[in-house]
Design a protein around this ligand. Sequence first.
Ligand code: UN1
Length: 499
Amino acid sequence: MKQFRNFVAGEWVAPAGGEYFENRNPADMSDVVGQFPLSGAADVERAVESAWRGFELWRRTPAPARGDVMRRIGDLMVKRKEEIADQMTREMGKPLTETRGDVQEGIDTAYYAAGEGRRLFGHTVPSEMRNKWAMSYRRPIGVCGIITPFNFPMAIPTWKMFPALLCGNACIFKPAEDVPVTGHMLVEIMLEAGLPPEVIQLVHGVGESVGAAIVNHPRIPVISFTGSTETGRIVGEICGRMHKRLSLEMGGKNAMLVFDDADPELAIEGVLWGAFGTTGQRCTATSRLIVQDGIHDELVSRLIDRARALKLGDGRKKGTDVGPLINQNALEKVERYIDIGQGEGADLMCGGQRPTAPGTEKGFFFEPTIFARVRAGMRLEQEEIFGPVLSVIRFQTVDEAFAINNDVRYGLSSSVYTRDVNVAMRAIVELDNGITYINAPTIGAEAHLPFGGVKQTGNGHREGGWEVYEFYSETKVGYLDFSGALQRAQIDNYLGTPD
Ligand code: UN1
């Protein structure tokens, strides 16, 4: 069986403690993908030492040259797209169409970063004084700790690392322990593209040891974390105490609002993709379907038929619509919510159990599940499940629908199906989410726009687009006085002072 290594201090190395964990295929637990380092604080320590050396070199590399490395990374990802998608499906479970999309999101992010190497704009602004200029530019910060989840094994690490690197920082990367192969391939590609070795450090392992060592390390001033709101809160507390710069991307309880005037077929296609794509394991997944009275019964009955017809199975096999959940814990969590929903009096319309179809017995499969007659305020309607479970809620008026959407502690994405432009525009303005889609599902953010949510989904930062470059750099201001005289800001009356 293949034994993988960390990449620390410029070489592929075994973990200091010599321990390994197994990575298995969630669609077939008898398939072992490989053994990966179960690293600890000593490995992180070596990585930090080396990353600061890498930083000293990399920060002096001009941004356009750093951008060239990003472009070559993108080119290599294009070349290896099929191979990466195949291995990603093997370790993570989602169908190949989705893992190809995940790699594509990384490619898009690489090329965006390549272009940013020739922008990375600062400002030149007028000074209060004559013969004086004022300008700002962007400086790198240092070593960034990058802690990523299992559900987008390529896209999310690239969202974080490519902007961090383009800005001139070094990265210590801990991929989720469920998806270490994709992380390994990404680092291989970065090195082949010409990234100086000490600029990237890959430390495999679990959150409790490697993640905690990164977050608590005094010489890692920047942390970017995507994961649960519960873990994010702990990370936030530590980073707050240690004065670290932190970007958090956490839970969601995203809703699709369907109004009576919507095209029902379009809405059904959208909700099937939003709720059951990636087996519901996206922070952007549609977990609430809020439907207006007039269209409710027809929409729900057609939707149930369509959900029942989705084909569960190995994501590497043709015809599979929905793959497995990531692991036993995820499966048990979904099962708990089936009990919770039934206990709260919601109607289980389809799914609600593990499938019995041949080919699903060795993996963490769960049937696409729909609950109807869910009422706002139920736990089923409020809490993130991260699985293929959709709750349907009925509404009468626009105000009521908007209030239900907004009355959760999360605020990542929302989606509205209507032909009424006034309702659509009101939704963009009034829904408390980082992203609102009109006539499209809650998933599918594009790499060149800011991605993130309000309330307990995040902490105010965005990934993607132009905004993420602010997070990974520090603004420095330069004043240049070429008057040859002492000019005093705020003191001299520049309007009335004669030459
Ligand atoms: C996530 O679920 O953490 O918008 C990210 C989307 C994808 C990214 C999801 N582009 O659904």
